[in-house]
Ligand binder design. Sequence first.
Ligand code: ATP
Ligand code: MG
Length: 557
Amino acid sequence: MTQPDNEVRPSNFIRNIIDADLASGKHDSVHTRFPPEPNGYLHIGHAKSICLNFGIAQDYQGKCNLRFDDTNPEKEDVEYVESIKEDVRWLGFQWDGDIHYSSDYFELLYGFAVELIEKGLAYVDELSPEQIREYRGTLTEPGKPSPFRDRSVEENLALFEKMRAGEFEEGSVCLRAKIDMASSFMVMRDPVLYRVKFAHHHQTGDKWCIYPMYDFTHCISDALEGITHSLCTLEFQDNRRLYDWVLENISIECQPHQYEFSRLNLEYTVMSKRKLNALVNDKLVDGWNDPRMPTISGLRRRGYTPASIREFCKRIGVTKQENTIEMGSLESCIRDDLNVNAPRAMAVLEPVKVVLENYPEGQVETLNVANHPSDESMGSREVPFSREIWIEAEDFREEANKKFKRLVLGKKVRLRGAYVVIAERVEKDEQGKVTTIYCSVDLDTLGVDPADGVKPKGVIHWVSAEVGLPAEFRLYDRLFTVENPGAAEEFEAVINPESLVVRRGFVEPSLKAAEAEQAFQFERTGYFCADSVDSKADALVFNRTVGLRDTWAKMGG
Ligand code: ATP
Ligand code: MG
């Protein structure tokens, strides 16, 4: 297991419980699990659960299983299984031993269901799903028993066997626990344990036509794997009664305990796989790994690093408090990482041509530019300089007040890592747009101030027009225009039309070697990474991971 950046162990109520369990001798080691359902790609909310479960295993020298909770074959797929494995590894974690699947336990689960029937604690019900709902009652009214509730053990055993043998249609029968139709916990009103589904399963093929429900499967899977602390999100709080009931009523040694923590919610995005799936299916994004998606694979393609996501999970902590985290918190984690770790480079996103009239035609001079302003260990690179260069269109104005510290007609500016230039005149097209800026260059200013003592006010970035490389820049922003898009009636209405803006410009030639996902700070424009899907050495594509500063905070969100 890679030992990430957690020299300081996080502290939270779950770790306090574990500390107490170890101190009291209730447990002598810790065993957790991360149990995704393979019905979609993992998102940043899952990262919270991954960091919690795997992080605990790491810090307590315990174990953490990866278990696919695969009891809904119709919605699941091996594509998701593979992506989940990849994402967990990429985040820097390794599961203990082999991968587990709840479906590994189907035979055992069937046996435990038979045991419950034999104990008079489960029955085959022939009410329809709608009737079951009706009979269940409400929060204020108790439910009423199904007319099939009191069948004999023998009859139930025979019917359950028939269910398995495929002799009933979907929805015509199910197996239910016999608990308490008047319980104040709805989950305890004779919950369904098994239903008939003639569905092909990605792991078990066509072997089964009955599938166990989550509440029955999860606790038993935990117990079979020797899980000590079963950590899940708050919506399962009531289900803990059922979790304990099942384990207390079957012959199984291990008694794991379930603890609940609050889900991660993030502003300006949605998190449920169902909603993310809708975005993909409705083609509102370019797949699960679209860099605007809150999926692990989307964040990765966007340029987030595993360390930045782990750091985010550490900063948000683990509590029972429901809350929604600002997108800015996630962004500041990647900014902090890349500020330290990303080499600098120059890219011009909206280019305008500059001609340095007194610079020799055809000459290309190699300048040495530091890769990081404060970390010498990152070395330097060669950046070619020439008579014609590109600068950012917004870095030039014919006239400007003193606040504008870039290139202005008649004024000096320094080109990053190169010379001081003065803008002399411009050429415009028919629309009056500046097409070329003619400058003179002071060739005595490489690394030193001008001899006349008049220092330029600002520094701007540039790329040689002779040898710079064309590149596409994908400027990503928040996918939605509203803080809580999950509440919107339809996504289409709240999609941010500016969530992807494409620019075509130029980058310095050293970026030809940029590898997929490699991060850079493009001087003055933001943090970018080479797109892992579309960037090629002869057709470079860079994704903007995040701007240099939090522009949303300034605008008040
Ligand atoms: P979704 O609603 O996004 O599909 P889920 O809970 O159904 O989420 P699972 O695949 O069942 O997804 O989740 C695997 C684990 O990840 C569970 O333990 C679940 O509690 C946890 N998890 C899912 N979403 C979040 C979240 N937003 N914050 C923290 N943990 C989460
Ligand atoms: Mg789920």
